[in-house]
Ligand binder design. Structure first.
Ligand code: ATP
Ligand code: MG
Length: 448
């Protein structure tokens, strides 16, 4: 079987090989190539020691920071390629990283330390595909399986638990029985993994095309670092709009959301406060009063704990806070909503609302879809001229008001806010002349 290797990668491999060492493209790039997916990155493994790799390649383009662990990074055409010496890992401490690494001369040993059979594949044009652990057959059968004993492999590095879920979610693979049982058994090991690494895998998991079965099967894993989801699992809703419990509904919303970090995170966390806001009325119908506001707060707390970036956190919190609002679809309400959440979040909010509706009782889906379409149409009309209904796009600024004789900063701010309100309400158009006229009326009113 021939695999297309990018020219840069092949050049690296051939340079190392002609110096008398072994070199292969290895890991995810081979897995993806066999599946017809374009790999994110190409990694090379070699029998050459890091210093030997340095000597063979042009020193100008080399980053040596990872050399202690055997990795030399080379830059070609502004792309980075990692070249890692065959190695086995030493003792693991805290289920995280090996204490030390030992360089070895055999490809087989190097592949044996890799996490899953589908990632333990190497290739070069001379040797062809090197598959010592059944990776090709597992790719064919769409299976994620540990190389070696799963309990041992997960206790060496707990992050592999989330990597397994991420590959299952991204590739649509089933996690093999023993590996799966071991994931459930060892999920607690994730307590030893840094928030940043967990967050990055979590985003990979929820952003996958095949996320639904993964989240349905492994909520125990997610609850190790988001224990707040525990109360959602199996929680009935007793509401005509819902046919699923809170967690199953949540999973469907994630799966129905378009891709993207903020959107999928808000889908995952949008009903996080439903359990605590639950009440039953006298007719036996369930309600969740206040869950969007409470949920936004709780989600903020969770995301800060996971050390996510502030921009994402702010956006997700806003989307959660507004996810359940249903203002009448008119231009004034749309202008107000834009002024509250911003243009970027508006589109995302509509996508979240649609995904939310898709995870509810299908009897109401058409109606809810029509509603978001109306809001989107109004949004397009209102923003056609680049208007964002905030002080930045207001066609008047502080200097214009100074021109009218207002000198105090506080007063200027107050007038600008008033004018923005007028634009949102539709009583004044966002044209400088009209705004100046309105400002004068406002100022004179204050004087009289
Ligand atoms: P992606 O498509 O996300 O890049 P990948 O399989 O290439 O997937 P990388 O994190 O780029 O994953 O790692 C490259 C290779 O290194 C993997 O294919 C695997 O062989 C090995 N590897 C990475 N992380 C681990 C780990 N935690 N434990 C064991 N092997 C690992
Ligand atoms: Mg990779």
């Amino acid at each position: 079987m021939k695999i297309e290797i990018p020219q840069n990668v092949n050049t690296i491999i051939e340079k190392i090989r002609s110096a008398g060492f072994e070199a292969y493209a290895v890991g995810g790039c081979i897995r993806d190539s066999l599946m017809g997916i374009i790999p994110n990155d190409w990694d090379v493994c070699t029998s050459a020691m890091p210093e030997e790799v340095l000597n063979i390649l042009n020193k100008k383009n080399i980053i040596t920071a990872g050399m202690k662990h055997g990795t030399v990074t080379v830059k070609y055409d502004s792309k980075l390629y990692e070249i890692t010496t065959f190695r086995t890992d030493g003792e693991y401490i805290d289920n995280r990283r090996p204490e030390s690494v030992t360089f070895v001369r055999s490809l087989r040993e190097d592949l044996a330390r890799r996490d899953f059979t589908v990632n333990a594949l190497a290739y070069n044009h001379e040797m062809g595909l090197c598959d010592f652990f059944g990776g090709v057959s597992d790719i064919k059968n769409k299976v994620i399986r540990c190389v070696g004993d799963p309990d041992k492999r997960f206790s060496e590095d707990g992050l592999r638990i989330l990597r397994a879920l991420r590959f299952a979610s991204r590739l649509g693979f089933e996690i093999e029985g023993k590996t799966s049982a071991s994931i459930h058994k060892n999920a607690h090991l994730l307590k030893n993994i840094s928030a940043e690494r967990i967050a990055s895998e979590l985003i990979g998991i929820i952003d996958g095309d095949y996320v639904e079965p993964v989240l349905l099967e492994y909520p125990d894993v997610i609850s190790v670092f988001i224990p707040e989801i525990k109360d959602m699992i199996g929680h009935p809703q007793y509401n005509p709009h819902h046919i699923y419990d809170i967690w199953t509904h949540t999973v469907k919303v994630v799966a129905n959301s378009p891709h993207g970090k903020a959107l999928r995170l808000s889908a995952l966390l949008h009903d996080i406060s439903k359990p605590e806001c639950f009440s039953l009325d006298e007719t036996g119908t369930g309600h969740f009063h206040g869950h969007p506001e409470k949920g936004a707060e709780k989600a903020g707390h969770i995301m800060r704990r996971l050390k996510l970036d502030n921009k994402t956190i702010d956006s997700v919190c806003l989307l959660i806070k507004y996810h359940d609002r249903r203002p009448e679809a008119n231009s004034k309400n749309v202008r107000r909503l834009i002024s509250k959440i911003g243009v970027d979040n508006f589109g995302k909010l509509m996508q979240l609302k649609r995904a939310d509706a898709m995870g509810q009782n299908p009897a109401f889906f058409e109606e809810k879809l029509e509603y978001t379409e109306k809001l989107e149409k109004l949004f397009a009309e209102q923003t056609a001229n680049g208007e964002e209904f905030n002080l930045k796009t207001l066609d008047i600024n502080g200097n214009d008001l100074i021109g009218l004789g207002i000198t105090e900063g506080k007063e200027i701010g107050k007038i600008l806010k008033y004018l923005l309100e007028c634009v949102i309400n539709g009583t004044v158009k966002n044209f400088k002349e009209e705004l100046l006229k309105e400002a004068e009326i406002y100022i004179n009113k204050g004087k009289s």
